[in-house]
Design a protein around this ligand. Sequence first.
Ligand code: UDX
Ligand code: ADP
Length: 463
Amino acid sequence: MKITNICCIGAGYVGGPTMAIIAQKCPDIKVTVVDLNEDRIAKWNDTDVNNIPIYEPGLSEVVAEARGRNLFFSTEVDKAIDEAQMIFISVNTPTKTYGSGKGMAADLKYIELCARQIARVSKQDKIVVEKSTLPVRTASAIKNILHNTGNGVQFQILSNPEFLAEGTAVEDLLAPDRVLIGGDTTEEGQSAIKSLVDVYSRWVPSERILTTNVWSSELSKLTANAFLAQRVSSINAMSELCEKTGADVSEVAKAIGMDSRIGSKFLKASVGFGGSCFQKDILNLVYIAKTYGLNEVADYWEQVIIMNDHQKRRFSKNIVATLYNTVADKKITFLGWAFKKDTNDTRESAAIYVADDLVFEQAKIAVYDPKVSHKQMLSDLNYLETRTKEENDKFVSSFEDPYEACKEAHAIAVLTEWDEFNEYDWQRIYDSMLKPAFVFDGRNLLDGKKLQAIGFHYQEIGS
Ligand code: UDX
Ligand code: ADP
C-alpha cells in the first residue's frame, strides 16, 4: 500500500520529532500528530516556533518548514485515526506504580486505550506501528484487542522501535545507524513492512533498514538500551574504585576505549544515567526474565540499576561528608537539572535524587538549568512523595542567571553536562562564594586543574 496519510498518537519526545522528520522528508504524505493533552498540542501549534514543547537542537527549524504544509498537530484523535492508513503509537509507557509488577513492569494502560480507540474508530484496513518502547509480546496484545473489538477491519501490527537519543534526535533521525522494522512473516505482514520501508527509504539507505519478526524487533530495543546502560554502570563502578586507588577514570576510559573491541562511546563516568528509557527498559527486561523463571538473567540485569542508584546516592553522601558532615541551611548550587545536555527532559534525572537526598539533610538547593523551568523541578521532586510540597518549595529555588545561583553558595554540584558551564567566568563565581568553596563535578566536565588554580576545593566523579 502506498502511504499518503499517517497519524501518530502521542506528541511527546518520540512522536513529535519523529513525525516532524517524516513530514519534512515526505512532503506528499500528510502527517497528523494527535495528543489528548491540549496544552501540549497548543504549544506545538504556537505561531512562534521557538515555543514548541520539546527542546531539541534543530527541531524548531524542521517544524517551521513542514508545519501547515503536511505536518499537523491536533487533539482530534478519532478524526486523525479514521483518515490515516498508517497509525504510529507513541504514547508513554511508564513503569507500573500499582498492582502486580509494580515498580518493574511497563504500564500498558495507555497503549491498550489507544488500541481500543483505533478498533472503535477504524472503518478501513490499517497498519498500526508500535513506536513506544514496549515489552516483548505487546504487539500480540494490541493485535488481540484490534481483531476482537473491531468491525471486521484488517490490521497489520508492526514494531518500529525508536533509537533516537534526546538532545541529538534530529541528527539521529536524519542519519540513523539503522531503522528496525518487525512484522508478521505472512504475506500481509511482509506487505505492511514494505509500506513502512518505503517511507524510510526516502532518506535512509536501504542497507540501514533492517526487517525482522515482531518479537526480535521488540526485544532488540530493550537489549540495545540495556547494553548502553550497562556500559555507563560499568564505568561508574570503576569511578569509585579509581577514587580509592588514585587512578583517574577518564584516563582509564580513554585507555580501554581505544581497544576497538570495546570502543570509545558511552564510557563517560557520571553521577548516574537518567532519562525515560534506560531504567524503565532494564526493569522491563528483568520483569520479563522473572516471568519466565530466569532468575540469574534477571539478577544480572538488575545489577545495572543497583549500580546506578548507588552512584547517585554516593554523590550526595560525598557532598555531605565533604561539607563537614552538615549541609543544613547551606546553599548548594546545582548546575543542570535535565537528565543530559541539550534537552528539557528531566525524567529520572540524577539531579532529582541528589536534590532529594540533600533536602533530607535540610540543605538549600539553588538550581540553574538553561532549559528546565522551576515548576518542572518542583513537580519532579513532589512526584517522589518524600515530603510535602510546601517543604520542597521552601528548600528548592531556581535562578535565571548562573552567577546569581552560585552567589554565596558553599558548594556547586554539576549535574548536567551543558556546554555553557565550561565557558563561565569561574574566577568570578569563586569570588562570590563562601569559603572554602567546593565544586562537585558529577559529569567530569570542568577543567579541574584550572578550578584548583582559582582556589576551589574540587571533587569529580572518579578523581
Ligand atoms: C537512550 C538511547 O541512547 C536511545 O537509543 C534510546 O532510543 C532511548 O534511550 P536517551 O535516554 O535520550 O537515549 O539518552 P542517552 O544519550 O542514551 O543517555 C542516557 C543517560 O546516560 C543520560 O543521563 C546520560 O547523561 C548518561 N550517560 C550517557 C552517561 O552518564 N555516560 C555516558 O557515557 C553516556
Ligand atoms: P515519549 O518520550 O515516549 O514520547 P511522552 O510522555 O513525552 O513520552 O509522550 C507521550 C504522549 O502521549 C503524551 O503527550 C501523552 O499525553 C500522550 N498520550 C498518552 N495516551 C494517549 C492517548 N490515548 N491518546 C492520545 N495521546 C495520548
